[in-house]
Design a protein around this ligand. Structure first.
Ligand SMILES: Nc1ncnc2c1ncn2[C@@H]1O[C@H](COP(=O)(O)OP(=O)(O)OP(=O)(O)O)[C@@H](O)[C@H]1O
Ligand SMILES: [Mg+2]
Length: 413
């Protein structure tokens, strides 16, 4: 009995793994009806995200900390993926409808046709169908049951360079875990922070982490565009290390950014300063907080400008009527949303993971959006799998029922 209960609990557990450029977040949660219960997070800094052994060791530590604090085995994990090696492409599919009516299998066929991509495009992570066309009628969201001769669809295919996926998978395996699925990080973050009306209107989620700024544009449930820029928090830190009155190490610049950094230049008093240790054994040097804020703001504005230009270039800008939502650790910079508003000319808000059962206040941070979103994604997949299982069971019992009636008929009539 106890064993059965343990088994049941194991099946209910879900794990989300976010390996970022600055940290590893391993979240454990439970599917709780329609919501997700966050149980714990192993949150470990990465001092060198490019060093394979260091990442594996840190991941092992995160898994061990979960195992000892929550008392569960970490097993199948949903793993976030983002960065320059991820690309997205638009492809079209068009089929002739054999019966003159759109059936479920026709929708699958046209999606399959659209997502048959050349090997050079990379390994597929997600396929997001956009709107359908039926004969000459565009803009159909759900064509099932409609009559027509030709069904078309435009899909957004998200791919990654195969070696990047293999290396991420190898890292997860080397830490003794198993990858269930790779999930585009801004897609995961969207599950944690976006509202239904934002998605309905069209919204861009921008995750500004340490190594990259990753964007996903949603219209309804469909991802219409993704892009990644390898400029983010680390670039801000690097600017600070070079541009203050005295040059400082990256680790000191990181510390200063977190302690004194802001994008609200106008809130600062003209001669406000903070101490920076001088080079060698020279004493502290007083540096201007306004200068620090200018250095940070210049880089933040540049990142947003590059993203805004890219969205305009790809004609995505016009789809974003529900505004922009920012996630990632750089959201801790006060006033970053106001800079984004000025650059994008759209309403901008900071995305905190939505309040759902079990979430502790400490997890309501924009930097946890990806990890918590991975749990939402995992819960959704688990519910789908269970529905499919239940569907199969019902089919089996209906078949058994039919057999029983046949037997009855043969016995008595
Ligand atoms: N208080 C703060 N002020 C300014 N920046 C901060 C603050 N706290 C964190 N950051 C910055 O946020 C970044 C880390 O964010 P996050 O945890 O989202 O990144 P990551 O997931 O490790 O990286 P990536 O998503 O690029 O792989 C770092 O550059 C860090 O300096
Ligand atoms: Mg991240």
């Amino acid at each position: 009995m106890d064993e059965a209960r343990n088994e049941m609990r194991k099946e209910d557990l879900i794990f989300g793994l976010d390996i970022g450029a600055s940290k590893i977040n391993l979240f454990v949660g439970m599917v709780d009806g329609a919501s997700v219960r966050v149980l714990e997070c192993g949150d470990f800094p990465l001092t060198n995200a490019d060093e394979f052994d260091h990442v594996v060791e840190t991941l092992k530590n995160a898994a061990q900390s979960i195992e000892s604090t929550v008392g569960v085995d970490v097993h199948d994990v949903y793993v976030g993926i983002a960065g320059k090696h991820v690309s997205s492409f638009n492809y079209r599919g068009l089929i002739t409808l054999p019966t003159g009516e759109v059936r479920s299998q026709d929708i699958e066929t046209v999606k399959d046709q659209a997502s048959t991509i050349p090997e050079s495009a990379g390994q597929i992570i997600h396929v997001f169908p956009g709107e359908y066309t039926l004969d000459d009628q565009p803009g159909i969201r759900n064509p099932k049951g409609l009559n027509g001769r030709r069904l078309g669809v435009e899909v957004q295919v998200v791919t990654s360079r195969p070696n990047a996926i293999q290396n991420l998978d190898k890292c997860v395996k080397s830490a003794g875990l198993h990858t269930v699925e790779f999930v585009l990080e801004p897609l995961a973050a969207a599950y944690a922070v976006l509202t239904e009306d934002e998605k309905e209107l069209g919204v861009a989620l921008i995750d500004i982490g340490a190594g990259s700024a990753d964007v996903a544009v949603f219209v309804g449930e469909s991802v219409r565009y993704t892009v990644s820029l390898d400029l983010a928090g680390n670039s801000i830190t690097s600017d600070i290390s070079k541009c203050l009155q005295v040059p400082i190490s990256l680790s000191k610049a990181e510390e200063i950014k977190k302690k004194y950094g802001t994008c609200k230049i106008n809130n600062l008093i003209e001669d406000e300063t903070f101490p920076v240790p001088g080079v060698g054994d020279r004493g502290d040097v007083q540096c201007s907080r306004k200068l620090l804020a200018r250095v940070i703001t210049a880089r933040v504005a540049e990142i947003f400008k590059m993203l805004s230009d890219d969205l305009q270039k790809h004609k995505i800008d016009g789809l974003i009527n529900g505004g922009i939502v920012l996630t990632g650790g750089c959201c801790a910079l006060e006033g970053i949303d106001e800079i984004a508003e000025k650059v994008f000319h759209k309403p901008v808000r900071i995305g905190l993971p939505k309040f759902f059962s079990g979430i502790q206040e400490a997890f309501r941070k924009p930097s946890y959006a990806t990890g918590i979103g991975l749990l939402h994604y995992a819960a959704r997949k688990q519910r789908e799998n269970r529905r499919n299982e239940t569907g199969k069971q019902i089919t089996v019992s209906v078949k058994k029922g039919l057999q029983w009636i046949k037997d009855l008929v043969q016995t008595y009539f």
